[in-house]
Design a protein around this ligand. Structure first.
Ligand code: ADE
Length: 246
């Protein structure tokens, strides 16, 4: 069953190249996913197509009004989410205040069959969007973007590649950094000696057990050096503990 993705944005043109290229584009051609981009300005009611307004109580900046987003989402769902007992699909709001995004969250979202993404652009959201429309608020990191569009594309990319058939090589999603809990080991291809920069001998040896051990040590060592925080949630085998002790 294909994964249905709907994105609500004022800048639909930002999505064309990203969703049309590479793995994300091929996934749609293979009918593993469908992309539906909605310009929610089309749901603005007044004659100026106004989607934002001044904050009550004053202060700077503009705030996205609730009506255009509620109506755009309602049109996609076929029911009024805040007036219905029906189970709604996940409706994700991209914002710096959201839950920090992780590979575990990507794996959770990849189990769904429909996802909605709401993208604001350089402005705040009326709080009723958070409290009565959205099911998940997600941040992709501790920095501020000009809008949720890039963040939604990051999430879409990481979710679509986990769907069965999206990657050519099914192995790759399972051995990535973060899926194993450790960073990836170093890899090399030909030539074995490039201007004096040599490939480690063990990789040329053809000794599979030694290669496996070298890779597991390198993964662990690299994680220890670069991301010690990841080791706290990773359960080390007895052998890995011994390697660290060395
Ligand atoms: N919108 C602006 N900054 C963001 C971030 N870091 N994550 C998600 N959405 C955002």
């Amino acid at each position: 069953k294909p994964l249905k993705l709907h994105v609500f944005t004022l800048f639909p043109e930002m999505f064309e190249g990203v969703l049309g290229s590479s793995i994300l584009g091929k996934a749609e051609q293979k009918e593993l996913v469908s992309y539906h981009i909605v310009n929610f300005r089309e749901y603005a009611q007044n004659k100026h197509s106004q989607v934002d307004d001044y904050p009550y109580g004053g202060g700077g900046g503009m705030i996205l009004k609730p009506e255009p987003l509620f109506h755009a989402v309602e049109d996609v769902l076929g029911f009024t989410p805040h007036k219905s007992q029906k189970k709604r699909p996940r409706i994700i709001l991209l914002c710096p205040q959201g839950e920090p995004y992780t590979q575990a969250k990507a794996e959770e979202l990849a189990q769904e069959d429909e996802l909605l993404f709401i993208c604001g652009h350089y402005e705040g959201y009326d709080e009723r969007i958070r409290t009565h429309l959205v099911t998940d608020e997600i941040s992709i990191g501790d920095y501020v973007l000009t809008g949720g569009e890039l963040a939604s594309m990051v999430i879409i990319d990481s979710v679509v590649r986990l769907r069965e058939g999206a990657l050519g090589n099914e192995q790759s999603a399972k051995t990535d950094s973060y899926s194993t809990g450790l960073l990836e080991y170093p890899q090399y291809t030909r030539p074995a000696d490039f201007d004096g920069m040599k490939v480690p001998d063990v990789l040329l040896s053809g000794h599979h057990a030694n290669i496996e051990e070298w890779r597991r040590k390198e993964s662990l060592f690299r994680t220890w050096q670069r991301r010690r925080d990841l080791l706290e949630s990773y359960s080390l085998s007895e052998q890995e503990k011994a390697w660290i002790a060395e």
